[in-house]
Design a binder for this molecule. Structure first.
Ligand code: UD1
Length: 438
């Protein structure tokens, strides 16, 4: 079982380059199947979630290849519409192939998606939005004799007995979609289907995360007609042809925010190339209030002690991102004074608190509120064995371990590899002592 070993307790000094955005890469790779021409995606992070997505593309009959950080996808030969196997269950974003496949060939069969265990993660908003555009769904138990198996590419696939989503949309048409809550994935699915539908779709109370703007930019470069009407309203007019394109992904704002918080937790001075300033307004405002200096060239200085924050509340963009909630918790553990974190996006996202407590953190959680007593002047984090509960929680533990006295072992490395190209490389570039043990 692979684990990370970290000898912590020193400040971070060095220079790192922020990798390309995971949450933009995943919907854009799904969007490559809309239209036939080859697409080239540059600055595509070398992470497990992207590799799983490339496997899904190949399963559908696409050519999907990587050369360093550039990925080529040619969907000219896409003729299959059934997705199965460990990749699809592992990643939450496999659900994005629902909208994309309906848009491309009007049919899709796929398992209920997986992803991090950070809450119940239903898909009702995805299904309702696609129904508005003309899709029909049935749930089906995967059996070796099912119709879809006989009809699709699954004859060779192992049968799982799991429940799968079967979708059909002989004619996709425009429609009015209103989301009860601004779901990132459901907004992306609606856009992917609407781009190929007949007529115009208006999506209200849409999520407006920067990764959705990137998906729209990518599709617009391919010839789609998409506009943002008001703050949370997106208008998509369907088009019959999308052209080949080369697109460069932006830097990953969550990875950047995590490394900013690592510098905050350990102290020191780090220069970050590609720091996506414009996408980090809410976290940067809090980090500055905690005492960090962040310069325009990406140099961040963290003098200790960090100042506690009365309350950090996670919220859809442009609010404080839920994906930085665990890294923020790790930083507040070593601050001077008491802080609170209120999680409003996912109901089960305090699992990292238990692991931080094992390292000596003083955290109490009650429903969606965490109270953190900062250890500055009153104790310290100490190395021990912990387990990553999810992707961002795992990254938060690496951050805490780098600040802790002594050695820490972090199990569950596979979660971290889903979203970080090489967390050891990045931390070593900041001067940390960190090893991946197999
Ligand atoms: C995406 C991000 C993830 C991030 C999250 C919130 C990707 C690949 N993942 O996940 O990193 O943490 O946005 O910023 O981009 N919900 C429903 N019904 C639905 C869909 C969602 O009730 O059909 C709820 C969820 O349970 C959750 C909230 O809506 O409470 C937000 O989830 P959503 O924005 O959909 O997250 P993801 O797209 O899964």
């Amino acid at each position: 079982m692979a684990y990370l070993e970290i000898a912590g307790g020193r400040p971070l000094y060095g220079e790192i380059t922020v990798q390309g955005s995971k949450n933009a890469a995943l919907p854009i790779l799904a969007a490559c199947i809309l239209g036939e021409g080859p697409c080239e995606i540059e600055n595509c992070p070398q992470i497990q979630d992207v590799e799983d997505t490339l496997s899904i593309l190949r399963m559908l009959g696409c050519r999907a290849e990587r050369s360093g950080h550039t990925v080529f996808v040619d969907a000219a030969r896409l003729e299959r519409y059934s997705i199965y196997g460990a990749e699809a269950i592992r990643i939450r974003s496999s659900i994005l192939f629902l909208g994309a496949l309906l848009g491309r060939i009007g049919k899709a069969v796929l398992p209920y998606p997986g992803g991090c265990a950070i809450g119940s993660r239903p898909i009702d908003l995805h299904l309702k939005a696609l129904e508005t555009l003309g899709a029909q769904f049935s749930a089906q138990q995967d059996t070796c004799f099912s119709d879809s198996r006989a009809e699709t590419n699954e004859r060779e696939a192992p049968f799982t007995g799991q429940c799968r989503i079967c979708a059909r949309a002989p004619e996709l048409h425009g429609g009015s979609i209103f989301f009860a809550m601004p779901s990132v994935g459901a907004t992306e699915n609606a856009i992917l289907a609407a781009v190929c539908a007949d007529g115009t779709t208006v999506i209200e109370n849409a999520a407006m995360e920067p990764e959705i703007a990137e998906l729209c930019d990518f599709l617009k470069l391919r010839g789609a007609t998409i506009s943002w009407e008001e703050e949370r309203t997106i208008r998509v007019t369907g088009t019959k042809r999308l052209s080949p394109v080369r697109y460069r992904l932006h830097a990953d704002r969550i990875v950047a925010g995590n490394y900013l918080l690592a510098a905050a937790t350990c102290g020191g001075c780090v220069r970050m190339r590609n720091l996506p300033f414009g996408l980090l307004d809410a976290p940067l405002a809090i980090l500055r209030a905690m005492g960090m200096t962040i310069e325009e060239d990406g140099t961040v200085r963290a003098g200790l002690p960090l100042t506690a924050v009365e309350e950090v509340t996670t919220a859809p963009y442009p609010g404080f991102p839920t994906d930085l909630q665990s890294p923020m918790m790790a930083a507040l553990c070593v601050a001077r004074g008491n802080s609170r974190i209120r999680e409003t996006v996912f109901e089960n996202r305090f699992l990292t608190a238990r692991q931080l407590q094992k390292m000596g953190a003083r955290i109490e959680t009650e429903k969606n509120l965490a109270r953190i007593e900062g250890l500055w002047g009153n104790g310290q984090l100490c190395g021990t064995s912990v387990t990553a509960p999810d992707l961002r929680g795992g990254a938060a533990l690496v951050q805490a371990a780098s600040a802790a006295a002594g050695r820490t072992r972090i199990y569950g490395y596979e979660y971290i590899a889903r979203g970080y190209e090489d967390i050891c490389r990045d931390y070593r570039n900041m001067g940390a002592e960190i090893y991946l043990r197999e």
